[in-house]
Each structure stands twice: as C-alpha cells, then as structure tokens.
Ligand binder design. Structure first.
Ligand code: BES
Ligand code: MN
Ligand code: MN
Length: 453
C-alpha cells in the first residue's frame, strides 16, 4: 500500500490541476442558463475516464442533463463494482459570502475552496484517479463501471427511468458511492444510513392585488401572516412534526442501536461553536446524532412574499410562499408523506385565503448492510490505509438513488464518503481537504483489491 501512497504523492499536482479544471466549469443543474456548462462538465468527465483507460465511455442522453457511463471489464467472471457520482453542483449564491470565487478553485489551509469541491466533483474524481492508478500498475482487480449523473442536486428526475431501461448495462455486484462524510480525519467512518426526502412548495393567496398596508391592514387577511401561522403550527412543543400520520411508519431504533449510534465521537460544544449557535434545538428526547441520522423532520428552505427590496414599502402582499422539505427515515414513503402534508396544509387554511400545494422531488431513505462482502472490503480498506476501524454512521442527507438501486437492480450500496460535515456543502465557501482527496484515492484502490479477493 505504501507504494500506492508514494505514487499518489508523486502525481498529486497533476490530479489536483485536473480536478481544478473540472471545478472551473459551473455545472449548476438547477439554473437553465448553465445548461451548456453542465454538458461541458459531462464531456470533461467522459474525456478523463477515457484517459484513465476505460474500455468504453459514452454520454447517455436523458430528457434533462446527460449521464456519463463508462466501464472497464478485466474479466467477466470477476465481480463488478458500479461507481455512482454526480458532476452537477448546487447554485453558488449568495455570491457575496464567498471569500474566493466559487468557480475559481483556491487552496487555503490545505483545503480546496470551490462549489462542488466536496459535493461531489472532488469525491467522484477520486474514483477516476484510482482507476487510472490501477490501470498504470496493471492491477485492476475487478470490473469497474461508472455512472456519473448531472441532475442529483435537482432530484434526479430522469434517473429512475434510466436505471429501469438500462438494467443490463448497469449489472454489477455492488454500488460504490463517495458523496457522504467521515466523522473526521482521525476517525474514519462508513455511512450506513441516509434519510429520504419529500420536498414541497406552498403558496397562500389573499386579496387580488398587493394592498396599502395602512388602508387595508387589520381588515384583510395578510397571506404572509397566515403562512407564518400555518408553518408555525407544523411543529408541536416537543419539536415533533404536527401532521396527522407523519410518524405512523417510522421504525424506532432499538436501545442497542441508539447506544451504538451515540458511541460515535461527537462534541456538542465544538458543533455549536462551528455553527455560531448558542444552543441546539430539535425533537425532545433525542441526541443531535439521532436527530439528524434517525428522525424525520420538517424545515422551511425558503420563504418569500411582499416587499423584500431596499428600504421600506408599506404593502400587504397578495401572496406568500414557502419551500418546505421533510427528511424521512426508513419505512416512511415519500408519496404518502407528500399526500399527508398536502391534505393537512390545505386544512389549516382559513377561509380568507386560498392555498396551493405543489410537490417537488422526493426519495426514499436507505439503510445499507454492514455484514456484506463489500462492506467488509470497505472496512478493511480503511484499516489498511488509516490504521483504524471505521465506525458505521447514519447521515442526515439524502441520496435517493441508493433506494432506487436496491429496488430496481437488487443491489446494495457502500457509502464510502471522504468529506466532512464542516465542508460547507450547499453553503458559501464549500471546500474539500486535499488530504481527504488523496487518502480517498488510496482507500478506494484498497477497496477494489479487498473486494476482488
Ligand atoms: N451529497 C449530498 C447528500 C449528503 C450530504 C449525504 C452529506 C450525506 C451527507 C447530495 O448531493 C445532496 O445534497 N442531496 C440532496 C437531495 C437531493 C434529492 C436534492 C439533499 O440531501 O438535500
Ligand atoms: Mn452529493
Ligand atoms: Mn448536494
């Protein structure tokens, strides 16, 4: 293994400059103005896969952004690993809060600052370099397929269909994904749980136009006030979600599972300090790790209405809106939760307003096995490279494809992520440690060797 480490060390400048080139492409999937950039990123990934030495690589069109597919088949009788990742990124705004431009990767303090550095360009790129290293050393121990998509950050609307019609192409023994976080560089971990998601938008409409807030205020329902009241009622005093039926399908963890989860190192004081908050807040009776890893939640992601420009304008808005996400846990179904939310939210509306509820994307939660060949290979890879046994953890984020892969292809996933929760994913100043990037490549090489054995 030390030979691999030395090889990576020798080539790290090249690896980084290639990654930087990818990070310079603003592949923001949510923003149609960046449509060409998204394709440019896909083409760059395709080219890098070809240079790494895959047998074939192609851009596969979808009604949205293309999917990059590639494969290296060394021996059909050997096991196959399917690497999944996404080359699209979140919008960079608010731009003013970045200390360096989001699409001009800048190294500070051993970290690469750029949108997508950790989520997920820097992470899936490790897999391309791992393959390249194995190719150069003529040591590719198993077959490797790549499926790198461009719509993950907008809900992967076309992926379900893609997986269904390309089952033969995607045939593999396990899915490998680096798009999650480690506990820390001192304590490796493997993610074994992800939350699901149900994402809604609501609009409350009152009078047929914006009104003078002095002339009409106090006599006509203000949609912004009403929306705030409705949203406030969605949690009870213990921080539980106040939607009838919301918890019906939630499976409570056993006492042992909870104890195991809470054995992971976690420092509440550091957590609060890093976020600049005086106190944490959430569902009563659960620790922070349990709240993010194992409990369903409801959060406003955006709220608007009326005058939000400079200075003051006395106006009573005609409409007010909010985007609301619910994170789900195993056994909760996004379609059912969407229906429960819609019915309940409609029922909250006073007669003075009308309410429109729209569902955006969703996805199921996932729990991955810890007793599989692939999980053991991942654990051994960490032991070899890090000298420490990884701890299984449950992350709060969502990667809906994990449940989809299980359902459509019957495949389990290994979530071998190398980011950190503090890497500012989706926030200004997203970053990824160079050390995480380099040790990730080494650990991935070790995974393939252990998995093939
Ligand atoms: N990589 C993240 C998910 C993630 C982050 C998992 C941190 C574990 C730890 C992914 O790109 C993401 O942001 N997913 C979205 C869901 C998607 C349906 C838009 C999310 O979690 O909000
Ligand atoms: Mn991601
Ligand atoms: Mn993301």
């Amino acid at each position: 293994m030390t030979e691999i480490k030395a090889f990576i060390e020798k080539n790290k400048e090249t690896y980084l400059s290639e990654l930087f080139e990818l990070l310079r492409i603003p592949s923001v999937s949510a923003d149609s103005r960046h449509k060409d950039d998204v394709r440019k990123a896909a083409e760059y990934v395709l080219q890098k896969l070809r240079e790494a030495g895959v047998d074939r690589a192609e851009l596969m069109e979808t009604p949205g952004h293309p999917i990059v597919f590639a494969e290296k088949v060394v021996d059909p009788s050997k096991p196959t690993v399917l690497v999944y990742g996404h080359y699209d990124v979140q919008p960079p705004d608010p731009l003013a809060l970045w200390n360096s431009p989001p699409f001009e990767p800048t190294v500070r303090d051993g970290k690469i600052y750029a949108r997508g550095s950790c989520d997920d360009k820097g992470q899936f790129y490790m897999h391309i370099k791992a393959l390249e290293i194995m190719m150069k050393r003529k040591e590719v121990p198993c077959n490797i397929k790549f499926m790198i998509e461009g719509e993950e950050e907008v809900g992967s609307a076309h992926l379900g269909e893609f997986v269904k019609v390309n089952k033969a192409k995607l045939k593999a023994d396990v899915i490998l994904i680096s798009d999650t976080a480690l506990i820390s560089l001192d304590q490796p971990s493997i993610t074994v749980g992800l939350r699901g998601l149900s994402y809604m938008e609501v609009q409350v409409t009152g009078p047929n136009r914006d009104l003078h807030s002095g002339v009409y205020g106090g006599a006509v329902a203000n949609p912004a006030n009403v929306l705030c009241q409705m949203i406030a009622s969605l949690h009870d005093e213990s921080g539980r979600v106040n939607i009838p039926g919301f918890y019906d399908d939630v499976v409570e963890l056993t006492a042992e599972e909870r104890a195991a989860l809470n054995r992971a190192p976690f420092n509440l004081d550091e957590y609060k300090k890093e976020l600049g908050i005086a106190e944490v807040r959430g569902e009563k009776g659960y620790t922070t790790l349990e709240r993010t890893g194992t409990r369903p939640t409801l959060d406003v992601n955006g709220i608007w209405g009326g005058y939000t420009g400079e200075g003051a304008k006395t106006v009573l808005p005609s409409t007010a809106s909010a985007k609301i996400s619910m994170r789900l846990v195993p056994n909760q179904h996004p379609d059912k939760i969407t229906a429960l939310f819609t019915r309940h939210f409609q029922s909250l509306a006073p007669k003075s307003v009308t309410v429109k509820v729209t569902a955006h994307h969703g996805g199921e939660a996932a729990v991955t096995p810890t007793d599989s060949k692939a999980f053991r290979a991942a654990a051994r890879a960490f032991e070899e490279v890090w000298g420490k046994t990884p701890i299984p953890t449950r992350d709060g984020g969502s990667i809906p494809i994990v449940a989809l892969f299980k359902k459509e292809l019957g495949l389990d996933t290994v979530l071998m992520g190398f980011g950190l929760d503090s890497d500012a994913l989706h926030s200004p100043n997203e970053h990824y440690g160079i050390r995480n990037f380099l040790i990730g490549i080494e650990t991935i090489v070790a995974f393939h060797r252990n998995f093939a054995q």
